[in-house]
Design a protein around this ligand. Structure first.
Ligand code: AHR
Length: 498
């Protein structure tokens, strides 16, 4: 394959990379909470019932913001059911996933877990069946000094000090007809505005995410966002967007080009934010919170989403392959390239439910999509650079023209981090990094992720088929770096700069 040249310049920055784009999402759904992170009966359980094997694996991924407790679950959840003595907590029917919720994990357990894991809690209030006042009461429970009803309740449950949770979502996917309590945009806008006002009156330091379009195919795409943002105005800080992608036709090259469409979705949402800012004549700029994203298409039939009235059912347990890992890297590249507007992003989800980690009894499996996080997370600090990529490419039927190589770059402290994906199914790709405004002096570290076929998976029987490996085949001459990427691969590199 002809060489791909990636041109970068230290002055061509797009914005500081917000570490919160490496966020996760833990929903009370299927076996995410119960049997996933929390399983007091497991041989791996710590004294609080959390699975230490799963927590250790999650720790390596260095998640930042952790969205909780849903998802669709949040739209029927009453937080008060999940606090207080465990034996008194009610078992509730969860209508979103037709499951039983035992409430053995609730706000206090989640905050305890988040602290242990160094996550920033990102709480989603119930704007489906809940009220603005219920949401406000939750903020009081979490953030107010003792001396009032809900803050005293928190103290009675073990924490006299406020939890000080600053990041909150005003409901979940309220644009979707599947959502409990779904309403048209103008009605959600009123609900969200009232809730935001009460929540910020309770704690003025909150950062709020308002529900935006949960998919690009919905008839209300963009118009929902305009209506909601215009009405809520300065009370919201971020607008959410969601995206699940897949390869239902088995066309891997087409699938790998989906990154084009992710870029486009981000740019379209940003266009609405800018339009509304101008139209409202506001100084406030709304930023993007990509708070659900992943590959999800195999486990998507009705039977995968129906818990049949049981506790911790197997729901949407997608099994991932090599090409999915490349698409995950493509999402991360897109977020980095748009660091000026994407401030938060949460892969959905973190364990068992469309997740990098699967459990089976006391066993644990690290799926292919686990590994891109190990490659990106240690290299995420700094300013995103604008990569100009010149090289061979192809036209995908669904997403248009793409380069064979997808790339992003971050300028750190005396270091340059490069992330590249070779979309080619069968050709290796020579890549040159041409960095202006500074000089690449040496390679600090690099890793490669690849495999024999786009369909290769890690399984409980054959675990470690796809993992990241050290990558040494990099040459540097006169400040220019060259390396060769195998077909279907991800490379992450850190260079020392002069
Ligand atoms: O992540 C699974 C589900 O997908 C979430 O609960 C919902 O918000 C989305 O539709």
């Amino acid at each position: 394959m002809k060489k791909t040249i990636i041109q970068l310049h230290s002055q061509y920055t797009t914005g500081t990379v917000d570490p919160r784009i490496f966020g996760g999402f833990l929903e009370h759904m299927g076996r995410a909470v119960y049997e996933g992170v929390y399983d007091p009966k497991s041989a791996h359980a710590d004294k609080n019932g959390f699975r230490t094997d799963v927590l250790n694996a999650l720790q390596n991924m260095k998640y930042t913001a952790m969205r909780y407790p849903g998802g669709n679950f949040a739209s029927g959840y009453h937080w008060i059911d999940g606090i207080g003595p465990r034996e008194k907590r009610p078992v509730m029917r969860d209508l979103a996933w037709q499951s039983l919720e035992s409430n053995q994990v609730g706000t206090d357990e989640f905050v305890h877990l988040a602290r242990k894991m160094n996550w920033t809690p990102m709480m989603t209030v119930n704007l489906g069946t809940g009220t603005p006042e219920e949401a406000r009461n939750w903020v009081e429970y979490c953030n107010s000094q003792t001396g009032s009803l809900y803050s005293n309740l928190r103290a009675a449950n073990g924490s006299s000090e406020p939890y000080d949770l600053k990041l909150w979502c005003l409901g979940n996917e309220m644009d979707g007809p599947w959502q409990l309590g779904h309403v048209p945009a103008n009605q959600y806008a009123i609900r969200a505005q009232q809730t935001a006002k009460l929540m910020k009156d309770t704690d003025p330091g909150l950062e709020l995410v308002v529900c935006g379009s949960s998919g690009i195919d919905l008839p209300t795409y963009m118009e929902w966002d305009r209506v909601v943002l215009e009405y809520i105005g300065d009370l919201a800080d971020y607008i959410s967007l969601h995206r699940y992608v897949g390869n239902p036709n088995g066309d891997s090259l087409d699938f790998l080009a989906v990154t084009n469409s992710i870029d486009k979705q981000i740019e379209e949402m940003d266009a609405v934010c800018r339009y509304v800012q101008a139209r409202n004549q506001s100084k406030k700029r709304h930023y993007l919170c990509f708070d659900e994203w992943n590959v999800w298409y195999r486990a998507r039939r009705a039977e995968h989403m129906d818990g049949r009235g049981t506790f911790a059912p197997h729901l949407i347990e997608e099994e991932y392959n090599l090409e999915d890992a490349l698409v995950i890297a493509g999402f991360l590249n897109s977020f980095i390239r748009h660091a000026d507007v994407v401030k938060i992003a949460n892969i959905a989800q973190i364990v068992n439910v469309i997740a990098p980690i699967l459990t089976r009894g006391d066993e644990m499996l690290l799926q292919t999509i686990y590994y891109p996080f190990l490659m990106y997370a240690p290299r995420r600090d700094g300013m995103a650079l604008l990569p100009i990529v010149n090289g061979p490419g192809y036209t995908s039927p669904s997403y248009g023209y793409v380069n064979n190589i997808d790339a992003s770059a971050i300028l750190g402290d005396g270091e340059l981090h490069i992330f590249t994906v070779n979309r080619s199914l069968n050709q290796s790709a020579p890549v040159e990094i041409n960095y202006g405004g500074g000089k690449i002096s040496s390679l600090k570290s690099a890793e490669l992720l690849t495999g024999d076929s786009s369909q290769t998976q890690n399984t409980f029987e054959q675990p470690g088929q796809i993992t990241n490996q050290p990558f040494k085949a990099v040459t540097i001459r006169e400040g220019i770096a060259n390396f060769e990427m195998p077909p279907l691969s991800i490379v992450a590199l850190t260079f020392n700069l002069d």
